[in-house]
Design a protein around this ligand. Structure first.
Ligand code: KG4
Ligand code: ZN
Length: 342
């Protein structure tokens, strides 16, 4: 079974083709995976500008589709389904991906699948790793921070979520305050390697509280206050602040995952989403998983941040269950994974 996936919900225009057996096994093969990152378009604004993003998706999508088909040495007629991110995300971009996928599906008489971007992250681990359902998932990205039980495609129970900011957003804000550019996560991880994680004592919101919810706004404020007192030329202090910030995030994520593993025991803890690319945080989660008799599994670093392969894979997982979406599907700027969540 081969599915093409389109991702256009934020600032990456991405197209991929994945292949797997028609059964329910995890682990597929990536036949093509191409991406155009709009970083240069947005950099001077210090964040993603929705109108610029939508136009850039529109300009790039056809070329990337052709590149993906060439890389996979396939024609559109040889595919079994066409998937696109149907939300949540910036609506202009999502519309570009959804309209493109619908047009291809209609023209070639293929099933169309509207994929929840969060589900793309949530299932991505099964594209490369032998992970069976159910598993506990820590989903940490630029816009989300949640703990969920994943029972199967479309079958999620949310254990906790952030009550204010997402963890990736907190990395990005910290990096912006320190003048490290956008996106902030990779820059902070790099500088933190040479920093002293004990130099700055930062607050750990929700730490050691019951439940699995998160909060990052207090940490963001504390970082801003620390930066205000800092000499911007003092590279040692900047590295120390990055290391202290990263350690604090690690403490909070480990504490919340420990609660989740106690509340909903699982032999597998999966971490996914852009922040899962952080190797220090993976190490912290590995320790907490092991303490609860579980193993930590994460997608390869290159598949943690937004990409087309995760959308193609989630589409494929649904397609082999017999699911498909109508060509009247409306893009969803908000789309919680858990049906009962707000
Ligand atoms: O999943 P993603 O690509 O986009 C969303 O769906 O939001 O996540 C992007 C987020 C950004 O906030 C970025 O700073 C963060 O992931 N990120 C990282 C790292 N790489 C990307 N955060 C911490 N450490 C990293 N190495
Ligand atoms: Zn994402």
């Amino acid at each position: 079974m081969r599915v093409l996936g389109i991702e256009t919900s934020c600032d990456e225009t991405a197209v991929a083709i994945v292949e797997a057996s028609a059964g329910s096994d995890p682990v597929g093969r990536i036949l093509a995976n191409v991406i155009y990152s709009q970083l240069t378009e947005h950099r001077r604004f210090g964040g993603v500008v929705p109108e610029i993003a939508a136009r850039a998706h529109l300009e790039r999508i056809d070329g990337l589709l052709a590149d993906a088909l060439t890389e996979a040495k396939l024609e559109l007629g040889e595919l079994d389904g066409i998937a696109a991110t149907g939300g949540p995300g910036l609506i202009g971009g999502v519309m570009v991906g959804v309209m493109t996928a619908k047009a291809l599906a209609f023209a070639h008489d293929k099933p169309f699948l509207a994929v929840n971007h969060l589900e793309g992250h949530a299932l991505s681990v099964r594209l490369t790793e032998d992970v069976a359902f159910p598993y506990l998932l820590l989903l940490v990205s630029g816009g989300h921070c949640q703990l969920l039980t994943v029972r199967g495609p479309g079958d999620f129970t949310r254990l906790g979520t952030t009550i204010d900011d997402a963890v990736g957003e907190c990395f990005d804000k910290t990096a912006k305050l320190l003048g490290l550019g956008f996106p902030g996560g990779p820059a902070i991880e790099r500088l933190a390697r040479d920093g002293d994680p004990r130099r700055f004592a930062l607050p750990r919101p929700m730490w050691r509280k019951p439940g699995c919810d998160f909060s990052f706004s207090g940490l963001k404020t504390a970082v801003r206050q620390a930066v205000e007192k800092l000499d911007p030329q003092d590279s040692r202090a900047i590295a120390d602040l990055c290391a202290s910030f990263q350690r604090t995030v690690g403490d909070v994520l480990a504490d919340r995952c420990a609660n989740a593993l106690a509340l909903a025991p699982s032999s597998t803890l999966v971490v996914a989403g852009g922040v899962a690319a952080n190797l220090y945080l993976r190490g912290r989660l590995e320790t907490v998983a092991a303490a609860h008799g579980a193993r930590l599994v994460a997608p390869p670093v290159s598949l943690c941040t937004d990409n087309g392969a995760m959308i193609a894979w989630a589409g494929l997982e649904h397609l082999r269950l017999g699911h498909r979406d109508g060509l009247d599907f409306k893009p969803r700027p908000r789309w919680p994974l858990d049906a009962v969540a707000s």
